[in-house]
Design a protein around this ligand. Structure first.
Ligand SMILES: [Zn+2]
Length: 278
C-alpha cells in the first residue's frame, strides 16, 4: 500500500511540475493581446512583445508585417517592421507630428531600428525619391525623441504635446514620427560631400549652404537639401494624418529635445511647422 501511495504521490508531483512548467514556459501565446488590436497586426504585436526582452530575430520579424495605415493607392508605401514601440497610454491621443532627418540612408535607419538596442524607431521614413517606409503602426508610440518622461532635455515641448494636468507627459505618447532620408550636415571631402559617418551623399543630392546664423547648427556650413518630391510627399502625408486625427502640431525634433538639431537649417520650417518654434 505504501509503495502504491508513494508512486501516486510521485506521479502527482511530476504532473504538477510539468503543468507549472507548461504555464510558465509555454510559448503558446504568452502575451496578453489587447482586445482592440487590429487582427492584421496581432502576430506582429505578439512577436515583438514576446521577443524583445531576449533578442529579436530580424528574419522572423520581417515575416510579421502589418498593414500600413496609409492607403496604398495614394502612397507608395512599404512596411519594414520594428519592435521598438509601446502601446500609447491613450490610443486616440495623437496631437502632433515630429519631423526628423535620418543622418544617412533610409536603409541604415530602418535596419538600425530592427535591432532591439538602442531601441529607436519612427513611424515613417520618406525616402529621397518620395516613397515611404512604415516601421511602426500609428496606434503605437515610436521611440523617436528621448525625453524619457522628463523635462530635463525637453523643457521646450509645447503643453499641447507634453503636459497632462501640469505634469510632464512624454511627447512620444502624443506624436507621429516622420523621418526624412537626408544626410544632415555634410563636409567637402575629395571633391564630394560626405556625411558624419564619412559616407558620400548621393551624386544628385543638392547641397544647402547654411549662413551660420544659428549656433544650433554649428556642425557644418553645408547641409543636404531635401528633395522636392520628398517635401511634396511630406505635405501629402500631413494632410492625410490631419484628415484622420484633426489639426496637428507639426514641429522638429530640435524644437522639443534641446540637444537635437534635426531636421536642421535646410528644412523649410515656415512652410510646415505649425507649433511655436521659438
Ligand atoms: Zn530626430
Amino acid at each position: 500500500m505504501k509503495a502504491k501511495f508513494f508512486i501516486r504521490f510521485l506521479a502527482g508531483t511530476v504532473f504538477l511540475l510539468l503543468f507549472t512548467f507548461q504555464i510558465v514556459y509555454s510559448d503558446e501565446n504568452p502575451v496578453r493581446i489587447p482586445d482592440d488590436i487590429r487582427p492584421e497586426t496581432k502576430d506582429y504585436y505578439t512577436y515583438c512583445m514576446s521577443h524583445r526582452d531576449y533578442g529579436i530575430d530580424i528574419y522572423e520579424l520581417n515575416g510579421h508585417k502589418f498593414i500600413s495605415d496609409l492607403d496604398e493607392n495614394e502612397f507608395q508605401v512599404e512596411v519594414k517592421p520594428s519592435c521598438n514601440f509601446s502601446r500609447r497610454l491613450n490610443d486616440t491621443d495623437i496631437r502632433g507630428v515630429v519631423i526628423h532627418y535620418t543622418n544617412g540612408s533610409s536603409q541604415s535607419a530602418w535596419s538600425w531600428w530592427q535591432n532591439q538596442y538602442p531601441g529607436t524607431s519612427a513611424h515613417y521614413i520618406i525616402n529621397r525619391n518620395g516613397s515611404i517606409i512604415q516601421a511602426v503602426p500609428e496606434i503605437y508610440a515610436a521611440y523617436h525623441i528621448g525625453c524619457y518622461w522628463s523635462d530635463e532635455f525637453c523643457g521646450n515641448c509645447p503643453n499641447e504635446l507634453c503636459s497632462n494636468n501640469g505634469y510632464f507627459y512624454d511627447p512620444e505618447e502624443t506624436t507621429i514620427a516622420i523621418e526624412l532620408e537626408n544626410a544632415g550636415p555634410v563636409f567637402p571631402e575629395d571633391g564630394r560631400y560626405t556625411d558624419i559617418f564619412h559616407n558620400p551623399t548621393p551624386e544628385d543630392a543638392e547641397i544647402f549652404l547654411y549662413d551660420g546664423s544659428d549656433p544650433l547648427y554649428h556642425a557644418s556650413r553645408f547641409y543636404e537639401a531635401f528633395s522636392e518630391i520628398q517635401l511634396t510627399t511630406l505635405e501629402k502625408l500631413l494632410v492625410d494624418l490631419e484628415q484622420r486625427y484633426g489639426n496637428l502640431i507639426v514641429l522638429g525634433h530640435s524644437d522639443i529635445h534641446q540637444v537635437s538639431v534635426d531636421p536642421g537649417p535646410a528644412f523649410p520650417k515656415t512652410k510646415f511647422f505649425t507649433g511655436n518654434t521659438d
